[in-house]
Design a protein around this ligand. Structure first.
Ligand code: F6P
Length: 325
């Protein structure tokens, strides 16, 4: 195990799906590490870059002008090879060759698993910061990119509402979040959607159609259903609704547009705080940890405990959507 005093060089990587704010995090990690006297290597394409020896030395200027840019200058990827022991050994060799003593990983659930294995199995000092739009990790109120993604989707639905209202139509809008309905719930509530379908609750389409028909009888002329991508495809639900109610329903898939764009101020601040805290925790010798922000304070838990958070806002948000429809 490397002692805290022996860390001279760190590596930083982004892994899994990108999210707005990852660049702000990379900037904060690189500059805070340099301020603390460390050297920094940027690892390209996440864990795959460690396996392939694809690294770039970073200085303060390498992260100039990126705080407000979407995506990640380091690129990101999902690496099936890193899940194998052979892949992990290649990654360790790269770290040894470049004299990288510790790693900061920016990513979601799968990325945390990788960082946790590097620490628990191979003794590599790692810390993780939550970079995923899904907001499905423990130990943090929000993950990097989620807030921007929600705003992007709400902006799109505001536009869809204009045409839905004008043409008196039903729209099914599919948002990201394969196993997490967090984005869908927040988007539904903040866009004034009439219904929401998320992986956390069993959908009742018959009931939904009867609400639509009842609504129409009371003079409701448009209806928006926000659906999480993992539950049902928007076009399939649109067809189901048309068949059950006789009303025309259209589908829109927002997809990867939610992952792009300039991060909002909230995500920039979150990323910056998390990035600096990650470096500081490494220097304290606090390894194998996930850094988050809870109730506006830096919060630190073991990486292994941060994985697979089940969205717990469903009941409360759904009650409001039902009441305000
Ligand atoms: O995990 C982030 C995320 O955007 C999910 O919301 C989505 O299900 C998934 O990534 C999509 O992954 P990909 O870009 O590989 O299709």
């Amino acid at each position: 195990m490397i002692k805290k005093t022996s860390i001279k060089k760190i590596g930083v990587l982004c892994s899994g799906g990108d999210g707005p704010g990852m660049n702000a995090a990379v900037r904060a990690i690189v500059r805070s590490a340099i301020s603390c006297g460390l050297k920094v290597e940027g690892i390209l394409r996440g864990y795959q870059g460690l396996i392939d020896n694809d690294l770039i030395e970073m200085d303060r200027r390498s992260v100039s002008g990126i705080i407000g840019r979407g995506g990640t200058i380091l690129k990101t990827a999902r690496s099936p090879e890193f899940r194998t022991e052979a892949g992990q050994k290649k990654a360790l060799n790269t770290m040894k060759r470049h004299k990288i003593d510790a790693l900061v990983v920016v990513g979601g659930d799968g990325s945390y698993l990788g960082a946790s294995e590097l620490y628990n199995k191979w003794g590599v000092p790692t810390v993780g910061i939550p970079g995923t739009i899904d907001n499905d990790l423990h130990g943090t109120d929000q993950t990097i990119g989620c807030n921007t993604a929600i705003n992007t989707a709400v902006d799109a639905i505001d536009k869809i509402r204009d045409t839905a209202h004008s043409m008196e139509r039903i729209f099914i809008v599919e948002v990201m979040g394969n196993r997490s309905g967090y984005i869908a719930m927040e988007v539904a509530l903040s866009s004034g959607a009439e219904d929401v379908v998320v992986p956390e609750a069993k959908p009742d389409y018959k009931e939904m159609c009867s609400r639509i028909s009842q609504g129409a009888k009371k003079g409701k002329i448009s209806w928006i259903v926000v659906v999480s991508e993992g539950v049902i495809k928007a076009n399939v639900l649109a067809e189901t609704i048309t068949n059950m109610t006789g009303f025309e329903a259209r589908s829109v898939v927002l997809g990867h547009v939610q992952r792009g764009g300039n991060p909002c101020a909230f995500d920039r601040i979150l990323s910056t705080r998390l990035g600096v805290a990650a470096v500081e925790e490494l220097l304290k010798g606090n390894y194998g940890k996930a850094i988050g922000v809870m109730q506006n304070k830096i919060n630190i838990i073991p990486l292994a405990d941060a994985r697979k958070r089940i969205n717990d806002i469903y009941q409360e948000r759904y009650r409001l959507i039902n009441m305000l429809r």
